[in-house]
Every structure is written in C-alpha cells, then in structure tokens.
Design a protein around this ligand. Structure first.
Ligand code: FAD
Length: 272
C-alpha cells in the first residue's frame, strides 16, 4: 500500500524544526531514517498530514563522542555507524547489540533517536538505554530537558515525549564492561520475541518482549546483588514477569525463553 497524502518539509536546524512541528500540531511528525514510520504509513497505521525530514541535520546530530567515560550519541547516528565505531571496550555491548537490529540496509538508515522515539518494547536501543541508565536529551519549544531512559517509555509504543519534542542526543553516563544483550527472534532480522540484557557491574537486568515497555526486573537484580547463580537470577526473572501471549508465543513460552536467554546474557557478560 501507499501512504496517505502528506506535505513534506525539510528541517534546516533543530530549533526551526521544533518550532515548525509545534506550529503544525499533532498532525505532523518528524522522519529520521524512516525505517519504522514509513512502514506504518504504508499500512495506514500512521497518517501524518505533515512530515518534517531530519535528514538535513545529520551534519549536526550524527556523531559518536567519548568524553571521560561518558558516551554521547547524536540522535541521527545510525545503527550501522555504532556497529562500525571504534568504541571504548566499556561500551562494546552497544556495538555488539547492533547486529540484532533488522538487516544491513535497515541499520544503515535507522537512527538511535528514531528507535527511542518509536518506543518498541523489544527494540535493542530501548533496552540498552534502560540497561545502561542513559539520559535522553530532548529539545522542545522551551529549550532542552533531560529524560532518564527509564522514564521515557510509558507504555505500548508510548513515550514521555511531547508531540513537538525532538530527541537530539543520548548520553550513556558510565561504561559497562561486563554487559551483554541476547535475544530470540522467529527469523534473523525480526524484532525479538524475547530479549534479555544484563549489566553485571551495575547488577541490572532488563527484558524485552515480556511487557509493554523494556522491563527492569528487581527480583532478578537482587539475586545478582547477593551473589546468586545465573540460573537463580533467570528463575527469579521468569517467576516475576507476566508476559503477554500473542501469535509469536504464549506466556509460558516467553518465560522459558527468559530463563534460557538470561543465563546466556549473564555468561556472555561475564566473559567480556
Ligand atoms: P523513523 O522511522 O524515521 O521514525 C520513527 C518514529 O520516531 C516516528 O514517530 C518519528 O516521528 C519519530 N522520530 C524519529 N526521530 C526522532 C527524533 N530525533 N526525535 C523525536 N522523534 C523522532 N528495530 C529494532 O530495534 N530491532 C529490530 O530487530 C528491527 N527490525 C526491523 C526490521 C525491519 C524489516 C524494519 C523495516 C525495521 C526494523 N527495525 C528494528 C526498526 C529500525 O531499527 C528503525 O530504524 C527504528 O525503529 C526507527 O528509527 P528511524 O530513524 O528509522 O525512525
């Protein structure tokens, strides 16, 4: 299918794009890599009357900077740029997780900011941002604000962003040398049925595909904190969650995947 008609606008700078979106109202949307939005428009799940293309801001917003153990990614940085970046070993989990996102053509266009704004609960960037305690820098009409990743995701494809707010940067405040993300998808390149991410240094566990948002699991984190085994950690996570059932699998299946994937993620994280 083809999308419903829309008017195309090209952003020239961040402030101008935010002002334009505020002026156009809720019928307008930003488009970055287009890898989620265009599919939704083609299926008529989204019918924005105006698209504000952020492609012209790549010079300003596509960057990877490390500064004293803090990693900053511009919102228009692509998955592929991160996959190929000579990242500090403490952020290798980000680079390694990129291989799970779709296929190469998707990774060369899709952006970090677009993934976070889209807010898919199994999207790798959403899990990684929560796992590493990232802060999302957002530009609105009143200026910049910082949104902790854990407060960004409110529900199924729902974020704390105001309609005109633009993600401009994602800040990862500390390295995670013993962290890993792993997942199971029905076909290579699909979104995960269940994804498991762990940071052994910070004793954080985040799951995707078991709730409407990327889910931290305090019960599993408590097992890591008291020095329990990885199997105990995974068992605690499986017991704590209440996963949905859909065409990709029932709740028991997702609990079984959680047990397997979380042990695998812990082992990968330990071996880094
Ligand atoms: P767009 O599609 O351009 O926009 C998505 C949404 O974010 C829109 O609502 C848009 O208005 C908004 N937006 C974009 N940029 C900003 C910004 N800077 N500030 C505020 N709002 C903004 N993703 C995964 O994570 N894992 C997968 O396994 C995966 N598999 C895929 C398989 C296929 C076949 C396809 C087509 C896509 C897949 N994706 C997957 C999605 C891909 O990662 C997208 O790149 C990503 O979800 C959205 O990034 P984008 O830049 O393309 O955003």
């Amino acid at each position: 299918m083809k999308p419903a008609p829309f008017t195309y606008h090209r952003a020239r700078d961040v402030a101008g794009a935010v002002a334009l979106l505020a002026e156009l109202g809720e019928d307008a949307k930003y488009i970055a890599g287009g890898q989620s939005l265009v599919a939704m428009m083609n299926f008529r799940l989204a019918r924005p009357a105006h698209l504000v293309d952020l492609g012209g801001l790549r010079g300003e917003l596509a960057y990877i900077r490390t500064d004293g153990g803090v990693l900053r990614l511009g919102a228009l940085t692509t998955h592929h740029q991160v996959e190929n970046a000579p990242l500090d070993p403490g952020f290798a989990v980000l680079r390694d997780a990129m291989g799970w996102i779709g296929h190469l053509p998707i990774r060369t266009r899709g952006t970090v900011g677009g993934s976070l704004a889209h807010g898919e609960a199994t999207a790798e960037w959403c899990l990684l941002a929560v796992l590493l305690g990232a802060e999302v820098v957002v530009q609105g009409t009143a200026g910049l604000r910082l949104v902790p990743a854990e407060e960004l995701f409110l529900g199924f494809f729902t974020t704390a962003l105001e309609p005109e707010e633009m993600i401009v940067e994602v800040v990862f405040p500390r390295p995670a040398p013993h962290a890993a993300l792993t997942e199971f998808a029905e076909r290579r390149g699909d979104y995960a049925v269940v994804a498991a991410a762990v940071d052994l240094d910070a004793e954080r566990v985040v799951l995707g595909g078991v709730a409407p948002v990327p889910l931290r699991v305090p019960e599993a984190e408590a097992v890591l904190a008291r020095g329990g085994t990885f199997a105990e950690c995974a068992e605690a996570a499986a017991a704590a969650i209440d996963p949905p059932a859909d065409g990709s699998g029932g709740a028991d299946y997702r609990r079984a995947l959680t047990r397997t994937l979380l042990v695998r993620a812990c082992e990968e994280a330990m071996l880094r």
